[in-house]
Design a binder for this molecule. Structure first.
Ligand code: ZN
Length: 433
């Protein structure tokens, strides 16, 4: 009994030590927080590369990346927390999305940028996210457990539910993306981020009409292609009330900034030139993904051959082309497409992983292991990566190493065909009874 009490006291003390109070920079009020600013920054630094990979890596255009970084920093400088180590990037997801991680790490997707028409609209998306960072909305969401879970248990639950031992490449590639855990903001937090966002836009000399334009675009696209906005709307719910409030707020700003010049359309067009050039190829890729989901590898491969002809430097399109070719039964072409993807973007997890799986199935075990080793460096300890390493070692007659890999998989995934395969091998080899 006494032991139980002292254990409880110890846990309370521990909990109190982990939590703290911080002064909210926006409200100037003391606020309960799970993280110190140092922890917040450390957490953001840890999660940013992982979330970027989960969003299919960076869009590989330094011109656009620098531009978004510049626009973002211009807004961050006039925010309530100008001294956070802000970073902005464009991730390569086709879905329309934008998110802020603790410590001011902010991403916008290629799909979202493709739908914007001027710099003020881009500023609106970034300023809204900066608003969340400034008002410390994430302070109680990203707990240590969230981070630990993200870094270790990634993918395990999805694999358990839908795990496949070989054939379904696409499902396995999606595992990483399906784990993008995003913060769900409350209505009040959304209202506050809108208010702050518009305010920061004006302070940074943007026409605040860009904010209202972006909302109208989101509303329209939400009706037209709801699936592409699912993640964004689930973390930033868009309500009629929000739209009306932003329209009203717009009327309060004076005429000085409400000019076409302050929308900054020309610089936006200049810096999104490459993105708009490859956008049709990505549209073909998205159409091919739908065909792949229906098992139509031949049609998908033909669409992706067109897409790579139009945008030959886009690694992600080559990744899908490799998967489509493999699905269509064209292993040799698939190997060459997968190699191309990994060469074009050596630190893209999906490129390394898909190359590893295809090379395994085509019997190139040593090269497959090299690709999987790289995948494992980019996002550590993914069960399906370890699984295919084991399969290669098994095929090369290195039973001990294979057994160790299968055992490591079973520690993370207990159900589904992949786990079954590992279990059966370990039993057959006498490692398990
Ligand atoms: Zn929001």
């Amino acid at each position: 009994m006494e032991k139980e009490v002292s254990r409880k006291v110890f846990l309370w003390v521990l909990a109190l030590a982990l939590m703290g109070c911080a002064v909210n920079p926006v409200t100037q009020q003391s606020q309960f927080s799970l993280m110190s600013p140092q922890q917040e920054v450390a957490m953001g630094q840890k999660l940013y590369p992982l979330y970027t990979q989960m969003s299919y890596g960076l869009f590989q255009d330094p011109v656009l990346q620098d531009y978004v970084q510049t626009v973002g920093k211009r807004l961050a400088a006039v925010s309530h927390r100008p001294n956070m180590p802000y970073e902005f990037n464009v991730v390569n997801a086709s879905e329309m999305n934008a998110y802020a991680l603790p410590g001011g790490k902010i991403s916008i997707s290629r799909g979202m940028v493709t739908k914007l028409r001027n710099e003020a609209q881009l500023a609106a998306v970034l300023a809204h996210e900066i608003g969340h960072v400034s008002a410390m909305h994430h302070a109680t969401f990203y707990t240590r457990q969230t981070v630990a879970g993200l870094l270790t248990g990634l993918g395990a639950s999805v694999l358990q539910a839908s795990g496949t031992a070989g054939g379904d490449l696409l499902a396995q590639m999606g595992v990483l993306a399906a784990n993008l855990v995003l913060m769900k903001y409350s209505r009040d937090q959304e209202r506050q981020a809108d208010e702050l966002g518009m305010d920061y836009m004006v302070r940074a000399q943007y026409n605040p009409a860009g904010f209202v334009q972006t909302m109208a675009m989101l509303q329209e696209e939400g009706k037209r292609q709801p699936s592409l906005l699912e993640s964004f709307f689930s973390s930033h719910p868009l309500t009629i009330e929000r739209i009306m409030a932003s329209n009203q707020r717009l009327e309060q700003y004076g005429p000085d900034l409400r000019t076409p010049e302050a929308l900054r359309q020309a610089p936006f067009e200049e810096h999104t030139h490459y993105l708009r050039q490859v956008a049709p190829a990505y549209a073909l890729m998205d159409e091919a993904k739908e065909n792949l989901n229906k098992g139509n590898g031949v049609r998908a491969a033909s669409l992706l051959a067109q897409a790579t002809a139009q945008a030959p430097k886009e690694a992600l399109i080559w990744v899908y082309r490799a998967m489509a070719e493999k699905t269509a039964g064209n292993g040799r072409e698939a190997v060459s497409s997968a190699r191309r993807a990994a060469e074009l973007y050596p630190t893209l997890y999906h490129a390394r992983y898909v190359a590893g799986v295809i090379l395994f199935h085509e019997g190139h075990h040593r090269e497959s292991l090299e690709q999987l080793t790289e995948a494992n460096k980019i996002v550590a300890d993914q069960p399906s990566v370890i699984f295919y390493m084991g399969r290669n070692w098994e095929a090369m007659g290195q039973r001990d190493r294979a057994a160790r890999a299968y055992y490591a998989v079973l520690k993370r995934v207990q159900k589904g065909p992949m786990a079954q395969y590992c279990y059966q091998r370990l039993v057959a080899w006498g490692y398990l009874r």
